[in-house]
Design a protein. Structure first.
Length: 340
């Protein structure tokens, strides 16, 4: 099961209201709770997010719903990935951040920069969905490209226009509306989705913040497992993202690596851990961070850790920290007296 941060649906509710619809009803049809939308620490099943966008366009009769939703989003929906990108030294470095760390936003999508039609003066920024067997999802593609355009304009200036935009589907509205929206020549029914841009634009400097950049990159390294050997780091990243769904069976994680569950267990043991230990460690680290750094309710924390009852959270905290979650939060936030 691939997931994506719930910020992917930021602006969904207000847009639905503006269109005369009840966002809660639309989201309920996709199996999503309204309160989970826009929370950067919450992950949603990718297929449900796709469904929420596509059914809104169909039920409301709004063929450009995805593009409209993109106008309410920007680089901030990417969370720490967006912070790392906007504090990088150049546009090229920002794109490298996306390519390396986008899994921290969603392992279901990826981006890549390559020469455009073998022309060194032009490059192609490609957006890819890595989930197989999705139903038709043109609205999601247009939402993604619209958001990418806003990121490009954040990095390169509000008046920036790419050279061309490629879409893998036929136009959903009149072709000239795409030209007006993207400011670039649209090409439909293409093999890939993305933008042709000037290669020189990649060299443009950004207002690099070295301290902030290095801090968030270290955090992203931890999230995507860049510092851990073998499959352990990647498995940790997937478990961390799937915990809020309440479903992290070994078989599901093994499927992400195209391994038999026993084969994955052997790989983990060879790297000094077990699957049960890995899941427990991720839960403990996540609980520690939330209790130390946020005022999240214990009910919400229970859900973020994939537990069905708060009593399970209490038992786990007593095992991890020797006290319940509320008491441990107070301990973490109590200043320690300095020795003289």
């Amino acid at each position: 099961m691939s997931v994506i941060r719930s910020t992917a649906l930021s602006g969904y509710g207000p847009l639905a209201v503006d269109l005369g619809a009840d966002p809660a009803e639309l989201l309920r049809g996709a199996g999503i709770r309204t309160e989970d939308i826009g929370n950067g620490e919450t992950f949603l099943p990718f297929r449900r997010v796709v469904h929420a966008v596509e059914i809104a366009a169909a039920q409301l009769g709004v063929p450009d719903f995805g593009r409209r939703l993109a106008q309410r989003q920007g680089i901030e929906i990417l969370g720490p990935v967006g912070v790392a990108a906007r504090t990088a030294g150049s546009v090229s470095d920002a794109f490298a951040v996306f390519e390396t760390y986008l899994a921290a936003y969603s392992p279901a999508i990826a981006t890549h920069i390559a020469p455009f039609d073998d022309d060194p003066a032009r490059s192609f920024f490609e957006f890819r969905i890595l989930v197989d067997d999705l139903p038709p999802h043109p609205q999601v593609i247009e939402l993604a490209l619209g958001t990418v355009l806003r990121v490009l304009r954040f990095l390169l200036g509000a008046a920036y226009t790419p050279l061309a935009v490629r879409l893998p589907h036929d136009p959903l509205t009149a072709p000239d509306t795409y030209l007006q929206y993207f400011g670039a020549t649209p090409h439909f029914a293409q093999r890939s989705a993305g933008f042709a841009i000037r290669s020189a634009d990649l060299a443009r400097p950004l207002a690099r913040d070295e301290l902030a950049h290095q801090a968030v990159v270290r955090y992203l390294d931890m999230i995507v497992g860049g510092r851990e050997p073998g499959v352990t780091g990647s498995a940790r990243a997937i478990v961390r993202q799937l915990l809020p769904t309440g479903t992290v069976p070994l078989e599901l994680i093994a499927g992400q690596f195209a391994l038999h569950p026993k084969a994955l267990q052997r790989r983990l043991v060879a790297e000094g851990t077990t699957y049960a230990t890995l899941v427990d460690t991720v839960r403990r680290e996540t609980a520690e961070r939330y209790l130390r750094d946020t005022d999240i309710s214990l009910t919400h924390l229970t859900r973020e850790l994939g537990y069905t009852e708060q009593s399970a959270l209490s038992r786990a905290c007593r095992r991890w920290f020797g006290q319940g979650p509320a008491a441990h939060r107070r301990t973490l936030r109590t200043p320690h007296p300095q020795s003289t």
